[in-house]
Design a protein. Structure first.
Length: 437
């Protein structure tokens, strides 16, 4: 094992030995290389005469560029847009994002968390989390309705075993009893379990209530206190888009941070949906843990391992994307812009609820609970979801996503409020078209 990795492991072992039990084989071996990057950083500070270290081109003392490129990004200097970003992410954005986490999550007050490491979107963050913390065969507990890419990233690519549980009770609440049963069962069989929570949930658009969120925290903390190492991962892709009063308005990550030495909380989030910049691909990995007063040193070691994983994967996320996000978040318009877009999406969600309250739809489908995010789902009663999806597309020019035999996902986030009634009336017409006889 590389001596740098060994040194990082020693820091982690000293701070919290349970973390070494949680790291994957790759995670234990990971480190941030000193080679070219560290030599270039040293030269940046000291090479005042000539610096021939970094693999970019310069001209006249400035970053070489095409005018045809810079014409489209006139307000961002080439040094902030065309050059390589650090594998950790640009420092200013990491600090601003960390500050925003404290602002958005009241339960983080007084709790130390790591400086977020920047990823190329949240999907990349999930992949990097999997590399650092999952070995083939490790169990990941997820609800039965989930974003399909979890199967691709965690199951197919990483070889993890996915254990599912029914997401809702018959009464339409988050199924904390089923989650608890899955956690207890897997904790009996394994020394380490990983639980992935996704609120607001894709595909249903549901976020746990305050009561349900507190119960989730109790379940995971109890498992850790019972002697099982628990990796609790929150995919907070749609964070902040909470539309109802009793919905949990902060990440479960905030409540889990530091709750037990055997519990590691990992927050995966980003600007993709929160800041409406999907194609800029800027996400983050943030750690929360207990390390007996040595959290800072342990966080530093984990950040280096995570950045080393990114370095060995894509090298770094887009400098231009990170700079755009940072400048936006520092702009005085940012809070008002965010509130404006939230208000639009909340109105659409409320309109969906108003429309679907009409009993004319009740014979065709049931509505899954939803209170947040971009999506909602319906459970069809009499026709096949995929057949209906294709029929709606071919006959009415309406596009939806089929999930399994019975479910259709509706992204109300991309439907104007005035079109919502029309959308569901056409879905109903499609159901009627396919009815036998």
């Amino acid at each position: 094992m590389n001596p740098i990795a060994q040194a990082l492991n020693q820091v982690i072992e000293t701070g919290n030995p349970h973390l070494m039990e949680m790291l994957s084989g790759i995670g234990k071996a990971l480190f941030f290389p000193k080679g070219i990057l560290s030599q270039s950083a040293e030269a940046k500070q000291k090479a005042h005469r000539l610096n021939a270290t970094i693999g970019i081109a310069k001209e006249g003392g400035h970053t070489m560029r095409f005018d045809s490129v810079m014409e489209t990004i006139k307000d961002i200097a080439p040094s902030e847009s065309l050059t390589y970003a650090p594998s950790f992410g640009i420092p200013g954005l990491r600090k601003v994002w960390q500050s925003s986490l404290y602002e958005k999550n009241g339960s983080l007050t007084g709790k130390p968390i790591s400086l977020p490491v920047t990823t190329c979107g949240i999907t990349h963050g999930i992949s990097m989390f999997a590399d650092v913390w999952l070995d083939p065969g490790d169990v990941v507990i997820l609800p039965d309705m989930m974003w399909g890419n979890y199967n691709m990233v965690l199951g197919l690519r990483k070889g993890a075993r996915i254990r599912s549980y029914p997401i809702f009770t018959a009464k339409g609440a988050f199924n904390t009893e089923a989650l608890e049963a899955a956690v207890r069962d897997e904790a009996r069989k394994n020394s380490k379990i990983t639980v992935l929570l996704n609120f607001p949930h894709n595909p249903t658009g549901y976020t746990a209530t305050q009561t349900e969120g507190n119960r989730i925290v109790e379940i995971l903390t109890d498992a850790a206190r019972g002697g099982t190492n628990v990796v609790a991962v929150t995919d907070d892709s749609y964070f902040g888009l909470f539309y109802e009063e009793d919905t949990l308005k902060e990440s479960v990550f905030a409540k889990l941070c530091g709750s037990d030495p055997r519990l590691l909380a990992i927050k995966l989030d980003g600007c993709t949906k929160e800041n409406f910049v999907w194609g800029l691909r800027v996400g983050f990995i943030t750690y929360g843990l207990a390390a007996g007063g040595q959290e800072k040193a342990v966080y530093d070691a984990l950040e280096k391992k995570t950045a080393g994983c990114i370095r060995g994967d894509i090298s770094n996320a887009s400098h231009l994307g990170q700079s755009i996000v940072l400048k936006s978040m520092q702009n005085e318009k940012f809070p008002l812009e965010k509130e404006e877009k939230f208000t639009i999406l909340k109105a659409r969600a409320q309109e969906v609820k108003r429309v679907l309250a009409d009993p004319k739809y009740s014979d065709a489908w049931d509505v899954y609970p939803f209170n947040s995010g971009y999506f909602m789902c319906i459970r069809l009663k009499s026709v096949n979801a995929e057949k209906l999806r294709v029929h709606l597309l071919d006959k009415y020019g309406v596009g939806l996503i089929s999930i399994g035999e019975d479910n259709l996902r509706v992204a109300f986030s991309c439907i104007e409020e005035d079109d919502i009634q029309t959308l569901f009336d056409l879905v109903l017409q499609g159901v009627n078209d396919l009815q036998p006889g």
